[in-house]
Design a protein around this ligand. Structure first.
Ligand SMILES: [Zn+2]
Ligand SMILES: [Zn+2]
Length: 225
């Protein structure tokens, strides 16, 4: 009854496909667009550093991350969803992203015996503007708070990475992060939303190792661009 009433007042067009759809709690994306977001198993990237290649030369003789998992490609509906969520500040969309990856992510946590989940922080000025950390918000919907590690801080307000080359990204991110405290975990996973060249998660990897964290470091990223 309430939904019939709401539908007569509110209708929305889906941000991704432009079709009219019935009122929903998030009122941004239609259900068929949301249903189209699925786990992909054949994405190409280096499981040790996140670089977008097979047989990564950098990792021939050294293993960095123990394993990196990516849920799906950064395109179509999921790309629109991340944009609306992160850059247009639609906090309620965190639930959709959480629901999508929940099964896969919790399976990963169990399989790898993950004790703690860290997320890529943003600079405090960005977080203040946004009002929340978009990654922590997703995690809040998936795992208990005692498993979330908040000890990584971003101390450098870096340029937007999208227009930069791999070399420039690395330079931009150098010494961008610091650790408040060491994670009390044998196996930690770094959680992020978009994997491009792997520069961000590698910088966090280095920050942890520089602080003498000796546990296993994994990566879990929602999308691969
Ligand atoms: Zn749609
Ligand atoms: Zn590599």
């Amino acid at each position: 009854m309430i939904s019939i009433l709401l539908n007569s007042i509110y209708t929305a067009t889906c941000i991704s496909c432009d079709l009219l759809f019935e009122f929903s709690w998030q009122n941004c994306f239609c259900s068929s667009c949301i249903d189209s977001i699925k786990k992909e198993n054949n994405l190409i990237y280096c499981r040790s550093c996140g670089n977008g290649v097979y047989n990564c030369q950098r990792c021939l003789n050294k293993r960095y991350f123990k394993d990196i998992q990516v849920f799906c490609s950064y395109k179509g509906v999921v790309k629109d969803l991340i944009y609306e969520y992160k850059l247009n500040g639609k906090k309620r969309l965190s639930k959709i992203l959480a629901e999508k990856i929940k099964d896969d992510f919790t399976r990963f946590i169990k399989e790898k015996n993950i004790d703690m989940v860290a997320y890529v922080p943003v600079h405090k000025s960005v977080e203040k503007e946004r009002g929340f950390n978009h990654l922590r918000e997703i995690l809040n919907n998936i795992i208990p708070s005692y498993m979330i590690f908040d000890g990584i801080k971003k101390i450098k307000n870096t340029k937007l990475q999208t227009q930069l080359t791999k070399k420039e990204r690395e330079k931009n991110l150098k010494d961008a992060f610091t650790l408040d405290k060491l994670p009390k975990a044998e196996n930690i996973v770094i959680f992020d939303d978009v994997l491009t060249t792997g520069s961000t998660i590698m910088e966090i990897y280095k920050t942890l190792r520089k602080a003498k964290y000796n546990g296993n470091i994994y990566g879990y990223i929602i999308t691969k661009s």
